[in-house]
Design a binder for this molecule. Sequence first.
Ligand code: HSE
Length: 412
Amino acid sequence: MDIAVMGYGTVGSGVVEVFTKNHDSIVSKSSQADLQLKYILDLRDFPNDPNSDKFIKDFNIILNDKDVRIVVETMGGLHPAYEYVSALLESGRSVVTSNKELIASKGYDLLKIAEDNNVNFLFEASVGGGVPIIRPITQCLAANEIREIAGILNGTTNFILTMMIEEHMSFEDALKLAQDNGYAEKDPTADIEGHDACRKICILASLCFGKHIYPDEVYTEGITKITLEDVAYAANYNSVIKLLGIAKKMPGGKIAAIVCPCIIKKRSQLANVNDVFNAILVKGDATGDVVFYGKGAGKLPTASAVVADVIDCAKHINRKKIFGWGPSAENYVEDHGLISCAMYIRATSKDKKTALEEAGNIFGKLTVLERSGAPEDEFAFITGVDSENAFREKLSSVKNFTPCSVIRVTDL
Ligand code: HSE
């Protein structure tokens, strides 16, 4: 049986490396007599690559070669990935992808095409890199009603925040270091503005709760406004700031989903997840909390998940796995303004005493925070729990201070 890889970037080349290095054991685990890499599709030239004889530039060569039964898509982006993957599934090939943008935007459509054509479409690597999470949700945790799923889903931003927390590095310097280490996406906007984490929480929420949730339905805020001052105040509250993706089922059946920086207590299992590591907390009604932890980005960890899916496709080449979710539904995702949480506010005022009195009158009982070296006019506090809409309305009525930072406080 032959396979093809489309896209020879970081992940695609990692897939070829893992597939080649562990070839014998991969074949024996695949239940196939043989599993060979036949083509690598990429528009660039790789003349010195050990697989240089396998490179092609024309997608139709893969589409028209009936010996190719499993195709790996590691090109990234929506187009032409969507057109290629649809055509392959329609032609009866199983497809494995690491492309979270593709799954978050087109997952339901592609799962439906796979279903209609009795082939497999697997994407373990699309969330958490090398961390097993898609298969555990669909198989090991299948007996549970999942109440909530929350995680550190982006390695780059977690690395940046770790550098800010532990090394007191500025956001800009930490981003530069993340890019030098090869963690950030080509355009770091997708990482630092939370879009990458948003795609991942959409995939997880769709899987956990059964209907497709699209990125534009999820309120998303990145980490670009987080400062070392906020990090210091959080530390004095025994907390850290982490970029979280959170999705939970509300009592009426709607889904609340959000991506934003959150202040979490150091005792939380997510608080000690540092550097480029990811962690995903799943709250099942039977299991209670389960946490999945590991390298969420990088060539070989991500390739590990892709190649495992290839093995799974090979094992189930004539047996479609029951896997996926249904179409989206109107008004299925709750307005994030209706979600309740406590809020951290850092502010400045010429008259701190009056400002704190006003804040107490507006927000109720406050937890006032300290940090050494704070300027005279700066202060910070945490409010009680309220809906975000109510909080924003109260904040807009403030007269005696100017808010500089507002960060949600979670109790995960
Ligand atoms: N840029 C992504 C991250 C890569 O930092 O997590 C893995 O999706």
